[in-house]
Design a binder for this molecule. Sequence first.
Ligand code: ADP
Length: 633
Amino acid sequence: REEKESLGVKDDLKLTLNAVKVLEARYLLKDEDGKIIETPRQMFRRVASHIGIIEALYDFMEYKKTGKIPENAEKIGKVSLTQEEVLRRAFNYMKEDGIMEGTFEEFMDFLSTKGTSAHLYINKFEEMMSSLDFVPNSPTLMNAGTKLGQLSACFVLPVGDSIEDIFETLKNTALIHKSGGGTGFSFSRLRPKDDIVGSTKGVASGPVSFMKIFDVTTDVIKQGGKRRGANMGILNYNHPDIMEFVLSKDSENKVLSNFNISVGVTDEFFEKLDNDDYVDLINPRTKKVTKRIKAKELWDAIIDQAWKTADPGLIFLDEINRKNPVKNVGDIESTNPCGEQPLLPYESCNLGSINLSKYVNGKDIDYDRLRETVWLATRFLDDVIDANKFPVEQIKKVTRMTRKIGLGVMGFADLLIKLEVPYNSWEALEIAEKVMSFINEESHKASQHLAEERGVFPAWYGSEWEKEGIKMRNSTTTTIAPTGTISIIAGCSSSIEPIFALAFVRHVLNGQELLEVNPLFEEKTRSLGLYSEELMRKVAETGNLENIEINEEIKKIFVTAHEVDPQWHVLMQATFQRYCDSGVSKTINMKSDATREDIAKAYRMAKDLHCKGITVYRDKSKTVQVLTAGTTE
Ligand code: ADP
């Protein structure tokens, strides 16, 4: 505790030391002198009060239609200036959409004379976040109630084959990064390297060289002074520059360091691979075949490069488009940076994750409480779409048309540990299936309920949902995000990943060392009288229990990411994918001695099990890596 207060932040939520550090560095609001002006609880209050106030607009809409005032309505004489800004903006969105009657002044008058139940939601939202049951994605935490006001993590932008189009998208990328979002692009429409440029009679420089411009832009724009941006770059397997693209990244991560890259593959590619056939490489400008290469040659290059550098991954375009609920709006060609969110060009999505480790009751999962959180979180995420300040007009239009939200989970490994179930077991897959199908189903029900209250998403007409006769407020409701930072804030294991290391030594300033032990592992070993600093230091050497003498049961339950066979990783991803509208972010971790065949097998398995994409990470395949099991700097 003392240490936490010496950071200069009053921790009023009993967070972990790492959570406080992260919040202090990037999330808590600061004044002009850089002094922190809110506590963690006040941060969640800020977020809740700028999202929950949206409820008042729907109350007003209902009142205009039916004359009804909500139960428990409270008259509000005055809202804060920042709340008023959010309300005015959202009011105008709704006006533009043709769903709001009356004037803003009339609405403000309604607030003070008739009242709203928004305060109830504000309180519930605050409680849901400050209990760490649910945490929205970083931009919502950072920007709600601020000038930036941009609340989404995920964006996809189109890249057209002209200088105007490319630089228009570059500008939009800069605006998105500045506001805390990540961007994904397909570069497949760009004419290949050395192709003709009509206006200048010169030659084109090709997708990879343009990607480098996006990369530099990302480097230069530090987001709202907070974090550097992230990108996904996709090129389809039959683009003439595909080999250059596949080989573009290096293990020192010096080139395209702000990009994850993935090859866009289709069912046809796999047919060709299976028949040892050729792939026709097609110039997207002329639609002419420029060259033929063996599918196997491309496949081997992809696998070899993924073995060396962890890139490229694959994205399965046919699978994504088969599951696209709004085919009436268009085809999907890209995902966001970490791969979990397939989106249409100019579409954005806001995410939030439920901390599953909080839903264990003895040896059972508390489904009743989980249901309540799913419903409330779905409502919260739908409100975010209205509270959002979109960085680009077109993004506002497309996002409000499909109203995608991405409710996901974190703390899944913690949940398994609490239930004493090993991650790499059939039982764990069964739990994954049960939990995620429950969340998916309940969030669909919650979205249907919202559709009754607020209407269907505008592109519902003509969508797959309409064909099924199901009225939805949101075209998708579920996504499994990586939860890189929000799981640190919540103090739980990230996303659906296994524990990365049970203990490790962190080198801090002045040559001091800090031994960090996974809290569940500490609790367990203490309860069995096994805990000792000596043991923990030994565990910290590798991060796992492989070579530690300890009872087998504990070894199984506390299995770590690198000990889990890659096939279990893929099975887990596929299981969550089956019950998830959008995609699943998952790293298929492999030991450093994993072979190219292991990678090929994982990629193939992901395709066969209907995943939407796949990324592997072989330990030490990058010289600079974010996480290292065992002793770190
Ligand atoms: P968080 O925990 O911060 O909410 P996640 O790790 O769950 O974020 O990532 C979710 C999505 O947020 C990513 O797929 C990406 O679209 C976006 N994102 C994450 N980190 C960054 C970053 N540094 N810059 C831009 N976007 C990011």
